[in-house]
Design a protein around this ligand. Sequence first.
Ligand SMILES: [Zn+2]
Ligand SMILES: [Zn+2]
Length: 272
Amino acid sequence: MSVNQLSTSNYHLFSDYHTHPQGHRVRRYTQTLLQPWADSARNLGLADIAFTDHDRYHAGIGFDEIDRLRERNPDLRIRAGIELDNDPIYSGARRNWIEKHWDKLDFVLGSIHFLNRPDQMFDSVPDGAAQFEGRNIDEMYADYFRRLRELISNGWVDSLAHLDLIKIHGHRPTADVGTLVNETLEFIRARDLAIELSTAGWRKPVNELYPSDSIIELAMEKGIPFTTASDAHSHVQLGENFANLAHKMAEIGIHRVCIFEKHKRAAVPLQL
Ligand SMILES: [Zn+2]
Ligand SMILES: [Zn+2]
């Protein structure tokens, strides 16, 4: 794939801040596991990537292996990160792990994956859709955004992942969720957090970017910064649909993207 596929209208997306080298199980970080991600990044023209495996697989994360990967690929910025979620059973213990390794981590994503069922993430496709059957969708949206504000209040997060994930299976609220969204974005602004623009929504049943255009516009009004993300669970998904994302960002008028080093945020202009 050429660099042009990540670029449009003088925009070049150079960073992917949501990736899962381990996929969906514990796999120890090794050069064999990680190098293909560095190779994919280079081939795509991505210069800055963050590994953000799910916190439930933190046992596989090896900071020394990330350091070795950095030494072997000095042309790339490789960030050590993790995706912290609201697992009702285990998230406390995982937050402790994050606190303990905070200084080694560059970046922590915060996510809501659980609603009423502690044993199943609502965003599993297709099984999670059953959690919406016969339910009041407006109440589910309210519940989702309440959990998101709770996650934000608990701290230890730099940026929020897939902000409106609740739409994943295509369920739409009948009531206006403007107030809910506005309150949540106010929370995010007050804590000086970023949110991601995630192309993953384009490969899910909803077939829409996370978050929606109206949420992006409201976040822009509030001066909330954005990262760019694919939520790749394989190195071949890295930077997926970034050409479409670049197009959308040019159209909406997002001129900067943010990057993180040891939780310190910097804004980088996108114009070539
Ligand atoms: Zn997630
Ligand atoms: Zn993820």
